[in-house]
Design a protein around this ligand. Structure first.
Ligand code: GLU
Length: 317
C-alpha cells in the first residue's frame, strides 16, 4: 500500500482531503471482497462496489471522497440514536433491562438471549435494540417518529426519511427479530405488542442517510454531548463518555476486539455497509461499502477506518 508522506501525518492539521482520497485509492482493489447482506432482500438494490468516506472535524469542516453523499439505509447505526433517546428518557433504569457486556454471539442470537434469561447482552445486539425501541415507544407513544425527529435535529437536514421499501422488506423477513421479541416478552422484558415494536424497529433501521449526514449526526458524541448546530445538550458529558465506551466494546458486535486493535475508535456498523467512528474532541468519520465481512461489518469500510487512524496517527489509545 502506498503511504501518505510522514510530513503530512504530523503537521498541525492533517490534509484530510488528501488523506481520504489516498485511502479511497488504496481501498479500491478490495471493493470486491465480502458479500452484500441477503437477509433483507431490499438491500440487493445497493451497489455492491459503492464506497463513500467522510470526515467532519469538530469545527464543522467536512471532507469527503467517493460516494459520500449517496444515501443508504443506516440499519443498526440507528441504534446509536435509539440508545441516546432511551438514555434521555429512562436514565440508569434502562440498565435493569439490558446489559453492558461485549457480544459473545452473533447479533441476532436467540440462544444467547435464552441463556441470559431475557436480558440482552448490550443495547446494540438486536434484542437490546428491541428493548431501546420498546422504551422509546413507552414514553413517546406508538405512532412516534422519535428517531426521524432526532436524526433531523442532529443533522439539521429535514430531507432525511425512512425508506419504505426497506422497512417493508425487513418486516416481511423479520422472523428472527420477531422470535427475539417474543422471547423478551416471555421473560417479561417487553411491554409493547410484538408487532408494534417490530414495525418501529424496522422503520428505524430503514432510515436513509449519507456518510456526510452521518458525520454530522454523531457529532454530539465527539463534542461532549452537545449538538454543535444548536448548542443543545443531547447527552450529558458523562453519558457521552459511557455511550462511546459501549460503542467501543459492542458497536461492531463480535468484531469489537479486532476492530479496537485495528481501528481504535468507538464505532457502530450497520448491515447495509455503513460504519460511523468517533474520535472524541477531534472528528467523526463515516464510511459506506455494502459488502460485509464474516462479522457482518463492511469489509472495505473497516479497512478504510483502519487506514484513517493509522495514517493520521489518531485513536482513543
Ligand atoms: N435490520 C437489521 C436486523 O435487524 C439490523 C442489523 C444490523 O444492521 O447489524 O437484522
Amino acid at each position: 500500500m502506498s503511504l501518505i508522506p510522514r510530513s503530512a501525518r504530523h503537521s498541525d492539521r492533517p490534509d484530510y482531503d488528501e488523506i481520504l482520497e489516498e485511502i479511497r485509492r488504496e481501498i479500491h482493489p478490495h471493493l470486491s471482497r465480502g458479500h452484500v447482506d441477503d437477509r433483507i432482500p431490499a438491500l440487493a438494490d445497493l451497489r455492491p462496489d459503492g464506497f463513500g468516506l467522510a470526515l467532519r472535524t469538530v469545527d464543522g469542516a467536512l471532507h469527503q471522497t467517493g460516494d459520500a453523499v449517496e444515501e443508504f439505509s443506516i440499519q443498526s447505526i440507528s441504534k446509536v440514536f435509539s440508545l441516546t433517546l432511551a438514555l434521555q428518557l429512562e436514565g440508569d433504569a434502562l440498565w435493569d433491562r439490558v446489559g453492558r457486556a461485549p457480544s459473545s454471539s452473533p447479533f441476532n442470537s436467540l440462544a444467547q438471549l435464552e441463556h441470559d434469561r431475557g436480558i440482552p447482552q448490550n443495547p446494540f445486539v438486536n434484542a437490546g435494540a428491541i428493548i431501546l425501541v420498546d422504551t422509546i415507544l413507552g414514553h413517546r407513544g406508538d405512532g412516534s417518529d422519535a428517531i426521524l425527529e432526532f436524526a433531523r435535529s442532529v443533522t439539521g437536514n429535514d430531507n432525511i426519511r425512512y425508506n419504505p421499501k426497506v422497512t417493508r422488506s425487513e418486516l416481511e423477513h423479520s422472523h428472527r427479530n420477531a422470535a427475539l421479541a417474543h422471547l423478551l416478552r416471555d421473560f417479561g422484558n417487553l411491554h409493547s405488542e410484538v408487532d408494534t415494536v417490530l414495525e418501529a424497529y424496522s422503520r428505524y433501521c430503514s432510515l436513509e442517510m449519507s456518510c456526510a449526514d452521518l458525520t454530522q449526526a454523531v457529532q454530539y458524541l465527539a463534542q461532549g454531548g452537545l449538538n454543535p448546530l444548536t448548542g443543545d445538550v443531547v447527552l450529558t458529558a458523562s453519558l457521552t463518555k459511557r455511550t462511546n465506551a459501549l460503542l467501543l466494546t459492542s458497536g461492531v458486535y463480535g468484531a469489537a476486539g479486532d476492530f479496537a486493535y485495528r481501528v481504535g475508535l468507538p464505532a457502530k456498523s450497520g448491515i447495509a455497509g455503513g460504519i460511523v467512528a468517533i474520535m472524541p474532541g477531534m472528528w467523526c468519520a463515516a464510511v459506506w461499502s455494502p459488502r460485509l465481512n464474516r462479522t457482518s461489518n463492511s469489509y472495505a469500510g473497516t479497512l478504510a477506518l483502519e487506514r484513517l487512524t493509522t495514517v493520521t496517527g489518531t485513536s482513543v489509545f
